[in-house]
Design a binder for this molecule. Structure first.
Ligand code: MF3
Ligand code: CO
Ligand code: CO
Length: 260
């Protein structure tokens, strides 16, 4: 699957899909608290997506091209040492947990994909520092986006910011082109060398979604074939936005409250 450049009409649809995805994360804000299970959060998200939002979940039934069992959630819920793709289930949130919720919706045939970290009560000092560093690392990457820049500029900006602060970057999962297809080219890795890789041009849309670990970078996949955890069980964090390359720079299609 090659890289698709989005026409002005497709860009408008990506903007609407991105806005819809962002609204799911805002809606869930009030529900994330000690005592709620990740399955309950998923049920709330799914009702909202399929009801008032009038969208389709891109993750329910998703098999990553037939390589995995159908995913059951309308959100991924990744708690503490879970890196990504946590399956909603009976796990009950407790004070001090850090939680990533990742949502992808389809609106008018186009995908919007975004994730954020939530604190359940007060986090540990390390948990807060990891989450805040990961967020700023994502922003450092986003700020590189403009015509003529290269994918390696994005990866490098994320890598130096994160590693200078003592955190490691997950290598096995990356950002991705997105549009009418959920995961399309290019792959957007969160490490690299400046001036290398694909050159960005207006109309490209892709995600930037760094995963940072408090310990070692290595991860493993659980037997459910979805859940990814840190090998050393150290904390992990992730943030994700869907980005459009504009004539002059970037537009974040999945902004919440109108700002980064
Ligand atoms: N939203 C994830 C991403 O950022 C993919 C989740 S696939 C799922 O690319 F099946 F685990 F939901
Ligand atoms: Co994504
Ligand atoms: Co996502």
């Amino acid at each position: 699957m090659g890289i698709t450049l989005k026409s002005p009409d497709a860009q408008a649809k990506m903007r609407a899909a991105g806005e819809a995805a962002a609204s799911v994360l805002m809606m869930l804000e009030d529900h994330v608290r000690p005592g709620i299970s990740t399955a309950e959060l998923d049920r709330i998200a799914r009702h909202y997506i399929e009801g008032p939002l009038g969208c389709v979940s891109a993750t329910v039934g998703y098999t990553a091209g037939g390589s995995r069992p159908p995913f059951t959630g309308a959100i991924c819920t990744s708690v503490n040492h879970v890196v990504c793709h946590g399956i909603p289930g009976p796990k009950v949130l407790k004070k001090g947990d850090i939680l990533n919720i990742d949502v992808t919706v389809i609106k008018d045939g186009f995908h919007g994909d975004t994730s954020k970290m939530y604190f359940v009560g007060e986090p540990s000092v390390l948990g807060r520092r990891l989450v805040e560093t990961c967020h700023q690392a994502m922003i450092e990457g986003i700020r590189q986006v403009k015509p003529g820049a290269r994918l390696g500029d994005i990866g490098h900006a994320i890598q130096i910011y994160a590693e200078a602060r003592g955190f490691s970057i997950v290598r096995e999962y990356c950002g991705h082109g997105i549009g009418e297809v959920f995961h399309e080219d290019p792959q957007v890795v969160h490490y690299g060398r400046p001036g290398t890789g694909l050159e960005l041009v207006p109309g490209m849309t892709f995600t930037i979604e760094p995963m940072l670990n408090a310990g070692r970078a290595e991860v493993k996949e659980l037997p459910d074939q979805w859940t990814v955890v840190t090998k050393d069980h150290a904390l992990s964090a992730q943030w994700e936005h869907t980005i459009l390359v504009t004539e002059t720079g970037f537009e974040v299609l999945t902004l919440r409250d109108g700002a980064l």
